[in-house]
Ligand binder design. Sequence first.
Ligand SMILES: Nc1nc2c(ncn2[C@@H]2O[C@H](COP(=O)(O)OP(=O)(O)OP(=O)(O)O)[C@@H](O)[C@H]2O)c(=O)[nH]1
Ligand SMILES: [Mg+2]
Length: 482
Amino acid sequence: MGNFPELKAAASVERHKTERRLKMAQSRLTKEEKKVLLDVLGCKYLSLLYKGSIHDYNPLTFHNICNNQGPTVVVGYNASGYIFGGFTSQSYRSSETLLYDEKAFLFRLKGKEKELSPLKIPVKVANEAVFDSSEYGPTFGNAVLVFLAQNIAQVATNVNTATYTFHGKELHGNDKALLECEVYRVEDVGRILAVPWRETKWAAADREEIMKQIRAYKPLLDTVPQIRVLFLGPVGAGKSSFFNSVNSTFRGYVSSQAASGSDSTSLTKQYRTYRIKNGRCGDPLPIIFCDTMGLEEKQGAGLDIDEVHNLLQGHVPDQYQFTPYAAMNPKVQGCIRNPTLKDQIHCVAFIIDGSKVEILPEKLEEKLKEIRRKANNLGVPQIVILTKVDEICPAVEEDMSCVYKSKAVQKQMRLIEAKLGIPLSQVVPVKNYSSELELKDDVDILILMAVRQMLRLAESYFDNFDSVPSDKNSRKDYYSEY
Ligand SMILES: Nc1nc2c(ncn2[C@@H]2O[C@H](COP(=O)(O)OP(=O)(O)OP(=O)(O)O)[C@@H](O)[C@H]2O)c(=O)[nH]1
Ligand SMILES: [Mg+2]
């Protein structure tokens, strides 16, 4: 790229965009502040739509992003330590009118002094609750509280009205300049269904039973002693953490063999094929996990889509150093030129961050679909492991056994089903071990159910090979030419 400044500039713009998107996904609210806000709102689920520091403090941009989103909450942060804002149950539509909303309210989450408790200021004149105009940012009352006033990071307040009764000092300490302004969609999906939509047993004995089933599993073909599952998914989705979690569950304590963490590009740079032992010194389990570099939205970054073919066919050796945007050269040392069925991939696991399904970039979605087409052509079954379910729903974060009662989790599972065209029966939610020091039965059970589902899918794949087990059982492949 050295001699092509235009390419360099384009790459830098793309990098900048990705960084912006990554930043976009991060709320400025701390976990505790979010909990308080959820309480003030009546325990709803929040989905970040707009962030002034990323999208610019511009009313038009705000309306482009936030119109027709249903109930929203705007949150402003100032240098005096105040976090404050307003909620409306109405959709913004740039209708240039005052909106009726008896549920609207202003609030202060936090003030300068730590002891300042949350404050809720309900609307008093419901037919003047919100002014919905393309020329203004989020505006409560007839300009009672205006965000993005004069197209900059500030609010304007007019306290001399009956619509909302408050003093500027108590709401924002009379500090009108904003450090940040965020708008969240408020979803009524934080609630929990009375009956789970997928039957699951959560007792320690059930955990033991699934572990027993996995240990006892024997692939149908003698030539294939272990099922190979390939992990593919966006950067930071939890691919390496999923391996660590399964490994931990079988070891009996939380371990982290595969490096995991957060960065703007993939932390995993090497292809790793991990075997799992039953206990610290036990026999290997009948499954091998193949961990890859993360996929990135832009062309020419992250795992190359052509590399997927090499991976599926079993050409890529363990510890192969991935080159972003380039597939393995068949002449590379260690390349497995004539892989047999045991070397090939028997199941693809798409590892997807459950808390980011809604903001999955279109180009990344396209890449995932292309990989699905490649896997389908080879008849390789696929599963979606939806990670970070603890970040989707506060109720699930507290109690993992609520996962199939959580409407928020169900919604994200349906969304990924629709986006990737994978049947819901092949979408399983998990929470990886990320901050815990000790194992938990309910976390283990979800992880084990995901592994068992992979084995079942791979089994269905072997049904295609109805001939006598033989080393000739391998897929047609262009590499054998080499
Ligand atoms: N809360 C929560 N955090 C998770 C979960 N899974 C992974 N993480 C965190 O997400 C971050 C990324 O996880 P990794 O396992 O490194 O993700 P990866 O897909 O291997 O990422 P790359 O190798 O960089 O492509 C880490 O900080 C993990 O601790 C989960 O289920 N819940
Ligand atoms: Mg990784």
